[in-house]
Design a protein around this ligand. Sequence first.
Ligand SMILES: [Zn+2]
Length: 254
Amino acid sequence: MVAVRGRDMEDTLFRPAVATEMSVGRIERLELSVPLPKTEAIVFGGPGWTLPEDLTIAVAGRAEAIARGERLYPEEAEREQRQAVERLKDRWKNDLEDSSYGVRSIGALLPSFDQWLYREHGVPSYMLTQVMTGHGCFGHYLHEIKREPTTICHECGYEDDTAQHTLESCRRWAVEHQNMVVAAEITSGDLSLHNVMSAMLRSKRTWKEVEAFCETVIFQKEAAERLREDSADAPPLRRRRRGRRRRQYALANS
Ligand SMILES: [Zn+2]
């Protein structure tokens, strides 16, 4: 999810577009595809997103008033802006409730939607985002995008390596789970996504602790994934299509 605050409407529309562009670029550099309609951040900040009609009217109304030379009282402007943001937020929340994509992350987010939106700390890092959205280095996702022949977890042998499996129950990360529960003060040791997100919202420190878990685990999963891709007996769909091996080949034959 990309949520931004900007100086004005233009700035506010510009920022998510840039943030989305950067995220998409980074995902594509890993040779993963980005299913645009499935990504809330893109729907919100990208070409598929249009301003809700009533918000446009509020903004246009003000612009017309200013053009007529009418003075806009600061408190009036502030009230209008606040109402517009509330309308936009409600619209967004309703859209999320109706969404058939990203059910896990949206389900975890909705109970603390306002807290999440108005939090004063924490920008989701790339690896944290992978764990939250499930779009990343997980057998389940890699199989879905046809980069892995099965959904199996290479770390523990479990049949379905989802982001939640990694966050909550993969035996390979038992020590890391325990460390995170203590350091991020995760209540009842419950590693459901909603509970983990609640812990993250509690303070900057607990946010950082959850982030540290994601960085440690995803870093190792990605490194292992690269090794599998580079191994000589990797089936064609597992092999990286660009990058190191091609460069090595070019060097060897130059
Ligand atoms: Zn596992």
